[in-house]
Design a protein around this ligand. Structure first.
Ligand code: GLP
Length: 239
C-alpha cells in the first residue's frame, strides 16, 4: 500500500487520470464507484474527459459500494440518485450497466447475489473509496469481519451524525445500509482511496498505522497488492 500526500486538486487529478488511463486501455473496464463528498471532484473530471471525447463509458460497467436501506433510487438522498446526479446522467454510459445495491425489496437476497454479479463481469478493475471518520470503508463499520461479502448492516452512531449534514433532520438518516463487504472490496484488482481534511486524520492514522484488525476496517487495505491512499496534509497530519 502506498500513501501519497498531495493537495486536494492534485488528488482529484491523479485519481481521475488513473480512471482515464484504464478506460483508454480497456474500454470495457469494470469500475467500482463510491459516494460521499470525497469522490465528487474526480467524477467532475471524468465528466469533462467524456464531454471532450477523451474517454467513452459506452461499454463500461460499474458497481457501487453501498446504498441506504429503505431509500429507492428516486429519493434524492439515495446513493443511486447521487450517482445519476454526479456522474451517470452526464456521461455516455448505458444505465443498464450501472449497478448500485438495492436498498428496497428483498435486500438480503439481492445482497447475496451482488458479489456473484461482480464476479460474472470478471471482477472490478479499479475501485475508488472514501474513508469514514471511524475508519469505515463503504459501510463496513468497526467490527465488520475482514472476510465479509455484500451484506445488510447497521450504520454506526458516529456515521449517522457525520452523514446528517446531507439530510434535513438527523432522524431522517437511515440506520441500516447494504454494503459490499471488506472481502468484496479487497477482490478489486486495483484500489485508490482519497481522504482530505482534519476530521479524517485519526481515521487515516488508524488505516495506515493503527492495529490491523476489525476495529479499523480500512486497515485491511494494507494487505492489498495494488492500493494507493491519497491524502492531503490535514488528513496526513497524524502520520
Ligand atoms: C459514507 C459512505 C462511504 C464514504 C463516507 C465518507 O458513510 N458510505 O462510502 O466513504 O461516507 O464520506 P465523505 O467522503 O463525504 O467524507
Amino acid at each position: 500500500m502506498e500513501v501519497k500526500v498531495l493537495k486536494s486538486e492534485q488528488i482529484n487529478r491523479a485519481i481521475a487520470d488513473t480512471f482515464i488511463e484504464l478506460i483508454k486501455k480497456n474500454p470495457k473496464a469494470v469500475l467500482g464507484l463510491a459516494t460521499g463528498s470525497s469522490p465528487v471532484g474526480v467524477y467532475q473530471l471524468l465528466v469533462k474527459a467524456n464531454k471532450e471525447g477523451v474517454i467513452s463509458f459506452k461499454d463500461i460497467t460499474t458497481f457501487n459500494l453501498d446504498e441506504y436501506v429503505g431509500l429507492d433510487g428516486s429519493n434524492d438522498q439515495s446513493y443511486r440518485y447521487f450517482m445519476n446526479y454526479n456522474l451517470f446522467d452526464h456521461v455516455d454510459i448505458d444505465k443498464k450497466n450501472t449497478n448500485v445495491p438495492s436498498g428496497v425489496g428483498d435486500i438480503e437476497a439481492l445482497a447475496k447475489e451482488y458479489d456473484k454479479k461482480i464476479a460474472a463481469h470478471g471482477g472490478i478493475d479499479l475501485q475508488i473509496l472514501g474513508l469514514g471518520s471511524d475508519c469505515h470503508i463503504a459501510f463496513n463499520e468497526p467490527g465488520t469481519p475482514f472476510d465479509s461479502l455484500t451484506h445488510v448492516t447497521d450504520i454506526a452512531e458516529s456515521t449517522i451524525k457525520d452523514n446528517a449534514r446531507f439530510f434535513a433532520r438527523i432522524e431522517d438518516v437511515p440506520t441500516k445500509a447494504v454494503t459490499m463487504g471488506l472481502r468484496s472490496i479487497m477482490n478489486a484488482r486495483k484500489i485508490v482511496l482519497l481522504a482530505t481534511g482534519k476530521n479524517k486524520a485519526q481515521a487515516v492514522y488508524d488505516l495506515v498505522k493503527g492495529s490491523q484488525d476489525e476495529s479499523h476496517p480500512g486497515s485491511i487495505l494494507r494487505d492489498h497488492p495494488d492500493c494507493t491512499i491519497y491524502v492531503d496534509e490535514d488528513a496526513a497530519s497524524l502520520l
